[in-house]
Write a protein that binds this ligand. Structure first.
Ligand SMILES: [Zn+2]
Length: 181
């Protein structure tokens, strides 16, 4: 399920971040959000998402819920947000055989649209990350002028920034601060 982690962070960041990597950005909505996010998915999921008439508002809602879950108070608030999403999207485990892959477990929600399918997958992925890695694995980027979230799957839970670019910016800023002291 950890393969979902970059997708979850990307959806949240596309739809909710007003500052990213040191610059102001416009959170995406409607068709722009659908197009940008669908480009990250496999062919089939991408096509079903783009075919859904109200995919934009549904995706935006999912992104807002995910952001709340990622940044909720730990551990109890986080667990209750994730549990609420699992119930809401009706995530249920079942084995799927994709082309070129052996049977593997999916947790699609059963609301019928691609957004509910993703909601179930993503909520379950967060639950499995908390279960396997502990509650301290989600955060908001600590670099200046960035509201992006990240999911930390490093061995030693060392992540503080959303991207390599923000890590580099933060290092440069810290170096400058030290020189000025
Ligand atoms: Zn950042």
């Amino acid at each position: 399920m950890t393969r979902q982690a970059p997708l979850i962070a990307e959806l949240v960041n596309l739809a909710t971040a007003r500052r990213r990597g040191g610059a102001s950005v416009q959170p995406l909505a409607g068709e722009d959000l659908v197009t940008a996010f669908a480009a990250q998915l496999g062919d089939q999921a991408s096509a079903s998402l783009r075919a859904l008439p109200d995919a934009g508002p549904r995706l935006a809602e999912l992104a807002a819920e995910l952001r709340q879950a990622l940044l909720a108070e730990r551990p109890a608030g986080q667990a209750s947000h994730i549990n609420a999403m699992i119930r809401r999207y009706g995530a249920q485990p079942y084995l799927v055989e994709d082309v070129g892959q052996p049977f593997h477990l999916h947790f699609h929600g059963w609301g019928g649209t691609q957004v509910e399918a993703l909601g179930g997958e993503f909520a379950t992925a967060l639950a499995l990350i908390v279960d396997g890695y502990g509650p301290e694995r989600f955060g908001a980027c600590e670099a200046h002028q960035c509201e992006a979230v990240y999911i930390d799957l490093t061995r030693n839970a060392s992540r503080r920034y959303c991207s390599a670019a923000c890590t580099a910016r933060a290092k440069t800023a810290a170096y400058r601060n030290r020189r000025q002291m």
